[in-house]
Design a protein around this ligand. Sequence first.
Ligand code: GDG
Length: 413
Amino acid sequence: MSAKPAKDFDSVTVPAPNLDYDLAHVSLRRPDQRGFYEGISNAVLWPLLHGFEPTIQVGEAPWSSYVGANEEFAETAHSMSSSGDVFWIQDYHLMLVPGLLRTKRPKARIGWFCHIPWPPPDTFGILPWREEILEGLLGADVLGFHLPEYAEHFRQCVERFTAYDVTRDEIQYQSRKVRTIAAPIGIPVDELQALAIDPDVGREVERIRQMMGNRQLILGVDRLDYTKGIPERLAAFERLLRKDKSARARYALIQVMVPSRTDVKAYADLKEEIDRMVGDINGRYADTGRVPVHYLYRNLSQRALFAHYRAADVALVTPLRDGMNLVAHEYAAARTDDDGVLVLSEFAGAAKYLKGAVLVNPYDVESTTSAIHRALAMKRSEKKKRMRALRAEVMRLDVHRWADDYVKALEGT
Ligand code: GDG
């Protein structure tokens, strides 16, 4: 699609001009909007499905807003569709929509995809609405997850909390079979590689390198989120500066952090913690004219982002838990020169696929520091070998392939 729907980051005009598909506006009352998005999706489901404590009391959470919003989405999808259409619902915000749509269109082919992890039954079972959620999802024909282990956890939840029969990768739900599949997402590789070698990006790479002096560059790019392991990463970099006196003259960390969910207290608290850590590190290790941590708290243009990927000797992608993590894919796509090292958390879904990365346990600060050190000192031949393996895998996981395969799986039902 050649469409350019977003006017600004995070906003879209409806109806949108120049689109070759239709966008519908789903109207929610303001209290429902907050309850659905912040109260349930961001404060309960997001942390819990990542295996973290919910950030509000689960029993007090505004579940009726989540139900109401899902009903609105299902009704809008129904009213815009006709009987032969295929539905593909995205993510944990809309887990009741498959079941709601099924009652309106009993013969429709319905898919749902989970962009984040799915936890084992002991964690998922904390939710007071666990049966309702599972019933909602089982309205679909195909349920997709990034990893086989997330799909396995989902089937274990169905076994534990419902009476339906579960076989190797299917659930017998009333008269229908519901398939669970591992469908790892990717990125639009060709488009992003073309961006990476754009001459404007090349000029920006030179500018970044010059500005940073002769230091080797380490890059972190994340939405501000407690799942992304940013304080742990800063602690590992601080340790590198503390242990090696020459490090401050040789290395710099650029941390791009995109504002997110600024209305949720846990996010505001995390922002304060990160601000303080960056201030402490820079206060302690900066010299006049040379700062160790360059901290960009804003959204960069994609062009600028790709210039940073190409300028970085090492990318640090160290989430505490992540469904997949596309920054890891993008870094490899940007490195058409086969240079650069990806240091990747073993708790990112991407670690199960991207074999050329240096894997770390982000909770283990000391070993993360060693991994950064190893990446910075890696021989050209090893870097090249690893980056080639990474890039081959990122190409295999292309997002267009992901979408085609998913739709084929749905059409085959
Ligand atoms: C969820 C799951 C799963 C970041 N900074 C800038 C910017 N970004 C873009 C990156 C990347 C995207 O944001 C982040 O994607 P991730 O996959 O890393 O993480 P989530 O947003 O948490 O996404 C995740 C994903 O869904 C897909 O299924 O991989 O596990 O949590 O594309 O490029 N983009 C621009 N400027 C920035 O400063 N333009």
